[in-house]
Design a protein around this ligand. Sequence first.
Ligand code: ADP
Ligand code: MG
Length: 413
Amino acid sequence: MGRNNYGSYFLMDTKDLPSYIKSKIDFFGNDEVLTVDEIGDGDVNYIFRVRGAEKSLIVKQAGRVTRVDPTWKLTMDRGRIETEYLTVQRKLTPGSVPEIYLYDPVMGAIIMEDLAGYTLLRKALLERRRFPTFADIFSTYLVNALIFTSDVAEDHLQKKEMVKQFANPQMCDIFEKLRNTEPFIDLYNRNRILPENLDFVHREFYEDKVLHLEAAKLKFEFMNNPQALIHSDLHTGSVFVREDSIKVFDSEFAFFGPMGVDLGNFTAHLFFAWANADAEPEQAANIVAFKQWLLDMIEEMFGLFAKKFKAAFTSNAADVLAKTPGFCEWYLNTLLVEAAGVCGLELARRTIGLSHIEDLVSIEDEKRRARAECLVLRLAKLLILNRDRVVRGADYILMLQQAVEDEKNNHKE
Ligand code: ADP
Ligand code: MG
């Protein structure tokens, strides 16, 4: 048995895991020798892989504070939220999330399926791998995950119970600051901007009151629209892929929020993958083809999302007024506009704000990285300001072309 029989919280290390697992679930044989590796790469939680002779599982334990900053406390309730989101979505979107074996609220630990045969989408995209079926599988996931937890298809009383169940104020607060506020106002002096782009960010983000007005609208939309159960931190690092399947995970930020957040936030990370490829000094044929595939995939993803959303809406709308002709189109359009805005917010915050991403950080040549980041920031701003007109994949691509053009012209001056 472990240090305290796992009856009160402590942060486990690899040595604790075999007895912990054996005391909690009937997964390995009693005498089976288990090997444990800590595999986490994140800033927040502790991830262990526990392997027996034939099978393995993953334990994700929450720390009371983040790993990067011991003064930054995080709610221990996040493991419950993560587990319950995955449990709900496992029913609504079978096969698209890992199986949870057990959630232990005392240790703040989730014991779950090992997705060892999968690759993180971010890593795969940085290796320029293409997934021909991704847009199809992912759009189905999103449509089902969103529509079936919304008032479109869910009983209104039941849905309000779920809004309570998924109240996640502390985790929401993190994004209200990091995604919705700090790209525009460096509230806590923790933004990180390359010196080459400092003037640009000050002028175009910190001092632009027209942009701030749109940011304020998006922030209040995020805080005040419990439309559906959203993941809220959906990006290429929270989706595992294989040729024929995806697994969405790491849902500790989930709550009832605007549907457009998941679609828009995720799309931002497809553009980061594009920007990374675009920054390659040699634009060899495989790089050009990869970039084109990404843009085609974005178009396909938005096309399929809209088509499947309308179909699911038509077959599942339970509310009498929701069936009124024209309502579905209005509802879909509103969420797509929101998505474009959130895509802009995410592009900005991962470039200006505290948490940067590998796609940009790994661009070795500083000048190239600065240009890639400036391009991303131009796209971010275009999307936020013009989101009313950005509802199809092709509209995003027009905005990207505009950003590329603006960046080129700037370098001519
Ligand atoms: P955090 O919330 O701390 O960022 P994640 O849930 O993103 O933690 O997990 C961190 C990493 O651990 C992932 O990027 C992935 O490499 C690995 N990981 C997490 N869950 C699993 C799983 N079920 N199967 C395999 N690897 C996993
Ligand atoms: Mg996480």
